[in-house]
Write a protein that binds this ligand. Structure first.
Ligand code: HEC
Length: 198
């Protein structure tokens, strides 16, 4: 009986040592850059891409606070959200009839178009995503630099966006750029609407 227990213990210890050795070798290969290429030109393997995306979705769902502001979808909210979207989002995410900036295709992950984002995320999830950003992707935490009100405005805009035609989106962009030009006539506004249409 005692010998049996001894053998079992030795078996467990040998198993642990092997598992530790394999984990150590894997960690060394990762840390020394042998098996993980951080270059943004190398796409993730399908398994890794699935893993990080699933983690992101579950982390957002688990951590999203429910008590986030929700603004009435009025004309004023639409305009305020359009200003915010034009200033901070369109370059990476594009919009109805508008492509992302060309350099964005060099990002990994490439920022997705957001036209259907409100069908994939709840209001609270969208607010938390925009407010807190997404680590290691290039998606900034806008709540660090913008007021909660402005975050709520741009989230409302994301929720209105599926209903906007490319013409309506273009008119909104023109209006925002006209406002910018009127408030600072000497500074040319970047990324003019219409011309940026693909
Ligand atoms: C520098 C580029 C960049 C800018 C600017 C940017 N984002 Fe993002 N955003 C990203 C990237 C990259 C992701 C992808 C994250 C991922 O898939 O893990 C992302 C993801 C998102 C998502 C989740 C989309 C989805 O369906 O998975 C939302 C919502 C979002 N961004 C909203 C915004 C809003 C609103 C703004 C402007 C206030 C903004 N982003 C500005 C890069 C950017």
């Amino acid at each position: 009986m005692r010998t049996e227990r001894k053998m079992l213990l030795i078996g467990w210890l040998a198993g642990l040592a092997t598992a530790g050795g394999i984990a150590g070798i894997a960690l060394t290969l990762i840390l020394t850059g042998v098996i993980f290429n951080i270059s943004a030109t190398q796409p993730h393997t399908p398994l890794f891409a699935w893993g990080v995306h699933a983690t992101m979705k579950n982390s957002v769902a688990r951590r999203s606070r429910g008590d986030v502001p929700r603004l009435p979808l009025t004309r004023d909210t639409l305009l305020a959200g359009a200003r915010e979207y034009e200033a901070h989002c369109v370059v990476c995410h594009g919009g109805p009839g508008v492509a992302r900036a060309p350099w964005v295709s060099g990002m990994l992950p490439t920022p997705p178009y957001l036209i259907d984002a409100s069908s994939r995320w709840s209001h609270a999830e969208l607010y938390n995503l925009v407010h807190d950003g997404v680590k290691m992707t290039g998606m900034p935490a806008w709540g660090e630099v913008e007021s909660d009100r402005k975050v709520a405005e741009v989230v409302a805009f994301l929720e209105i966006m599926p209903k906007l035609t490319s013409d309506q989106f273009d008119r909104l962009r023109r209006r925002v750029h006209a406002e910018l030009a009127a408030s600072s006539p000497t500074v040319p506004a970047a990324g003019q609407p219409s011309g940026a249409t693909p």
